[in-house]
Design a protein around this ligand. Sequence first.
Ligand SMILES: [Zn+2]
Length: 251
Amino acid sequence: MPLVKAQGIVMKQINLGEADKIITLFTDRIGKIQAVAHGARKPKSKFLASTQLFSYGEYVMYKGRSLYTINQADVKESFQNLLGDLYTLTYCSYILELSDVLTQNDERNTDLFALILKTFYLMSEGRIDRDILTMAFEIKSMSISGYMPGLYRCMICDTDNKLTAFLSQAGGLVCEKCADTSSNSIRIDRSTINIMRYILKTPLEKLNTIRISIENKNEIKKVMKDYIKYYLEREFKSLDFLNDIKSVENL
Ligand SMILES: [Zn+2]
């Protein structure tokens, strides 16, 4: 059987039999794959750390018919600190959930891999607002995967004048006139548009200088939720859960 070496992040893990695990790895070289780690649940297993959720490492595997089998694994960064805080845990789980839906098995997407990794490092550092990081991840991961929202011209009539709404089915912003043609268009403030443009063109690690008001954040969240739902045909509950917690905390 051929040996394959790749860097990967553990996206999911499920138990198999008495002591084994099947993990979903998102890798740099071979995309998303499923791999068996024999004995990974034994207390002294050499795969204990490398098969935990969020772990990032280098994996040497045998390729089987549908599953890989892990032969050797070295953890580069366990990211286990991200599991300790409810907020980062939820944000990072959402990031992996979204990435999972954005990718097919065995389909390489090195840009997305790099984006996930960078987001995890920045989440772990805590230097940048995690809310902003998550929004930026949404905008950038969708763009990398072929769904870049149009933020400069009306996606229906092509004007750059009076862009006042976002219409997912049109693929981005629409002008005042075109917005009236659909009940699905979402009003968006000029300042929010500018922030979304800035996020789209700015590398993640440079987002530490940006301050975004609650109003702007809420508009971006609303628009991106609608956009992701429209194109990926999925609703992600994890962030709603977080918003519920925040509102309880603010009572
Ligand atoms: Zn228009």
